[in-house]
Design a binder for this molecule. Structure first.
Ligand code: IMP
Ligand code: MG
Length: 216
């Protein structure tokens, strides 16, 4: 039987709570763009090269190692976008580290902001009393991270920190603050280094702006 950890109610917690989300990706898909019309991407402005990313990820890893010196941490990645970042970040962390992952799904409702965020993959191990670093690719509207922070906090971790590679502050709908931020970016849709458009381009080594021509 599947273990329910975060998706189980912590003792004394209130049930319910629907979370809305407005993801650019879904906005594009929801506006009549068909997934099978995405053309192979040849060009697209490079926002960050693999060298720039590597340098910044090393700095983030060093900072986390310093902040948690002598302690153990769990890197809790948000599937799937954060996987590439997490694997590089982990190799720049010198304290004892384990990995776990959560899956999230969101549903579009009648308006852009009425999607619901739901957990599709729970953590494998309890977070109670542990140092948890939530690792995300992009902090956009903040709805995903605010939902995750809320349900993880309810399970009483020793410490909970948010580490995001990219932050788009201009898109924020709910107040969420990341403790570790790779780069702040303007309101552009980006792909590569784990990030997708319609599940494509995750394997690009650089981070690129999705060119209008990639959506046909
Ligand atoms: P939000 O903060 O809840 O709006 O959602 C953040 C999630 O939306 C990220 O983890 C990505 O999966 C997705 N997302 C937001 N902006 C982008 C983008 O520019 N490229 C790819 N995915 C994005
Ligand atoms: Mg994501």
């Amino acid at each position: 039987m599947k273990r329910r950890i975060l998706s189980a109610s912590p003792p004394g917690a209130q049930r319910g709570g629907r979370y809305s989300r407005d993801v650019m990706h879904e906005t594009l898909l929801g506006s009549g763009i068909r997934v099978n019309n995405v053309r192979p991407m040849k060009e697209g402005e490079v926002l960050f090269t693999r060298e720039q990313i590597a340098k910044r990820v090393a700095e983030l890893g060093a900072q986390i190692s310093k902040d948690f010196a002598g302690q153990r941490i769990i890197l809790l990645g948000v599937l799937k976008g954060a996987t590439v970042f997490l694997s590089d970040l982990a190799r720049n962390i010198s304290v004892e580290t384990t990995f776990d992952f959560v899956g999230i799904s969101s549903y579009r409702g009648t308006s852009e902001s009425s999607g619901e965020v739901r957990l599709t993959k729970d953590v494998d191990e309890s977070v109670e009393g542990r140092n948890v670093i939530l690792v995300e690719d992009i902090l956009d509207t903040g709805l995903t991270l605010s939902y995750l922070v809320k349900i993880i906090s309810a399970h009483q971790p020793r410490a909970l920190r948010v580490c995001t590679l990219l932050d788009k502050p201009a898109r924020r709908k709910v107040p969420v603050r990341a403790d570790y931020i790779g780069f702040e970016i303007p309101d552009k849709f980006v792909v590569g280094y784990g990030m997708d458009f319609a599940e494509k381009y995750r394997n690009l080594e650089d981070i690129r702006v999705l060119p209008a021509g990639a959506i046909g």
